[in-house]
Design a protein around this ligand. Structure first.
Ligand code: GLA
Length: 380
């Protein structure tokens, strides 16, 4: 995409251009805001940005190619608008202004190929690419972690989503051919090469996005935080579900509601599964990796209750296909992509069969994506 020429046609010559990738998450779902571990990788689907300063002290002109839409904001009065795509960018501006950044007027065009609402974090790419570009354009002080944290803070404070750092971290810190094991409490991370010999990952987009994504997400986060408060009273020294063992959870089960117990149980097990998955990956044990993915899906669907009929259907259909060794819904939930781990031999036919059956049963056209693991946000 020649994003600079789009800015030229609209306002004038670009000073900088940026691209920010989407992400997959191999395992470790909903563990980030519970200060556990995640295992994401940045993928070769991007949002592109072109920026130029304009002569105004406070006029910010934004244009989305994908939405064929424009929005003008004034730096002295940044507020949520009725345009969702613009709000992700306004959130970054608001956060930067709160942090006393010196910014003046500028123009920015965006466009990309990360399918929206598919669980591939187009929103984090939008936030992080935008923050990265402004940081460069105005010579601000943010380092990589600062950019990721700006994105998360803007979701938490401006958009009212209680999200963790998974998506923004992935879009900023991605590394070619690698996944990243991130400890969401200490923010320590490790790059792990993905070099499977006979197998590879694929995505099937259910092409459904259920509207209760934000409310459902915040509800899950609140339930976890309530459980932490209760368990802290009973056990002491519990600041997040990260601090609770399965034994402790079971011992204190009676103090929790059924929902609090089920959701906490999922999170604690999901962290354990992530460590087993990393070990299996290091040993090239794809059977164990696949099994763990199926287990995560059952937990997400039955205990955490963030799946939906369509994602469950893809996972169930994939269990009938011998080349598919594991599958699970990915991301926040309520639709979006399913991640599959497949043997390369027979992979294409298996994916075709799953898609055909899905389409027959739902009358929805799914999409298959084969993605490469790439570097995080950068200038282009
Ligand atoms: C969304 C959120 C992330 C993370 C995932 C679930 O993508 O933005 O912070 O919680 O859901 O793992």
């Amino acid at each position: 995409m020649n994003i600079a020429s789009e800015l030229l046609k609209w306002k004038g010559k670009a000073e900088i251009t940026v691209k920010a990738p989407g992400r997959i998450n191999l395992i470790g779902e909903h563990t980030d805001y519970n200060l556990g571990f995640v295992l994401p990788a940045a993928i070769d689907k991007y949002i592109y940005f072109a920026f130029r300063k304009n002569n105004s002290s406070e006029e910010v002109n934004l244009k989305s190619l994908d939405f064929c839409d424009e929005y003008t904001a004034l730096l002295s009065n940044i507020q949520k608008s009725e345009k969702t795509w613009a709000n992700y960018m306004l959130g970054i501006l608001s956060q930067m202004l709160n942090e006393n950044c010196l910014i003046s007027g500028f123009d920015c065009v965006i466009g990309g190929d990360i399918p929206i609402g598919s669980g591939l974090s187009s929103s984090a790419a939008l936030e992080c690419g935008f923050a990265f570009g402004i940081n460069k354009l105005f010579g601000l002080h943010y380092d990589k972690m600062g950019i990721a944290k700006l994105g998360q803070a803007s979701e938490n404070n401006f958009l009212g989503i209680k999200s963790g750092i998974l998506d923004q971290f992935s879009s900023v810190f991605g590394k070619q051919g690698h996944a990243m094991k991130l400890d969401c409490r200490s923010m320590d991370y490790e790059y792990i090469p993905i070099a499977l010999k006979t197998h590879s990952f694929a995505l099937i987009n259910t092409n459904v996005k259920h509207s209760h994504l934000t409310s459902g997400y915040n509800d899950r986060a609140n339930t976890c935080f309530e459980s932490v408060a209760i368990l802290n009273e009973k056990i002491g020294n519990i600041r997040s579900l990260r601090d609770v063992s399965i034994e402790q959870l079971n011992k204190n089960k009676n103090y929790l509601s059924v929902i609090q117990y089920k959701r906490s149980n999922f999170i604690i097990n999901e962290n354990l599964r992530l460590h087993s998955f990393v070990k299996a990956m290091e040993n090239n044990n794809v059977t164990d990796m696949g099994q763990l993915l199926f287990e995560t899906h059952i937990g997400l669907s039955q205990d955490y209750e963030v799946s939906c009929e369509e994602s469950d259907l893809i996972v169930n259909l994939s269990k009938l296909e011998e080349p598919v060794v594991g599958a699970r819904m990915m991301g926040g939930g309520f639709g979006g992509c399913v991640l599959l781990l497949c043997r390369n031999e027979g992979k294409k036919d298996a994916l075709d069969r799953i898609c055909l059956k899905y389409k027959t049963q739902t009358e929805i056209n799914p999409e298959v994506y084969h993605v490469n693991l790439v570097e995080g946000v950068s200038l282009v």
